[in-house]
Design a protein around this ligand. Sequence first.
Ligand SMILES: [Zn+2]
Length: 323
Amino acid sequence: MYLEATVQHDDFNDLLRRVPDFTTPQLKRLRHHIEKRVKLDAVYETLTASEEAVTQCPYCQSKTFIRWGSSENERQRYRCKRCAKTFNALVGSPLYRMRKEELWLEYVETMRYGLSLRKAAKVTGVSLRTAFRWRHAFLSSPRDHKATSLSGIIEADETFLPESFKGKKTMPRPARKRGGGKVTLVPIALALDRSGHITHHVLEHDTKEEIIAALAPVIRENSVLCTDGNLSYVEMVKTFDHIEHKRLIAKDNSRVVEGVYHIQTLNNFTQRWKGWLKRFHGVGTARVDNYLAWFRFMDEREEFQDIVWVRGAIPSLEWPANR
Ligand SMILES: [Zn+2]
């Protein structure tokens, strides 16, 4: 355990008794300290859980290892009896070697609010470089945890965002041109099922080949696929043995067939995501998938707690359940 209770019962009651006499500024300071401590405790609790979940050496998978002191930040180290390597519970996690755990939840909060990197760095008091590294660390798990299997009633559709080279120092290739000097749009294939599993892929081109390659691998047989009139999905359905296909052909995508077949769950998700995305004032095309994963990760959880980001980044802990 990291933090042990060392305050006597009486001392604590004394403090409580004095609270009514505190001034508002004092109370706010106290609250600030308490909130900080509560956040730190949540992180420590998660780190302790990750230590309890260590069952084998991450290098050779041997189950014989011993405790081997702790590092200066009090993380328990282990030493494998077979390969003699030392490790801690975070090896293989994007949080490995990340310091300043007292700031993690504060940082995660800036992600929940969707602050820019610069603002997040300022609010948290870390460098811009650290802010960038941390965002990448916390985002890598949601990005890698897309739905791998969709079943039941599935809704699929594409959406588009303007192409952007934001965040790139050089243009990686000539911008895609599509006549008339219009903005090039980047297609994104999305699909979800009614149990709340969502998958998404940023496409190079809005072609049937790319849509099928992105979505077909996660769709299970014996599902019902709801799409708009896009013929790509007709082609996709042919690659399955038993998929029922409901094509909802209406200008505003609002058509509902037999009371349950529609693509409104997906359209709602896409609209909420795009609304949330506005705060970033345009996102680089290379990062669109990260922003989708970020939003999905929060949207999937009704009562979102910031600690979920930390739990989610530790492979030995169970992936934090959605609703
Ligand atoms: Zn080993």
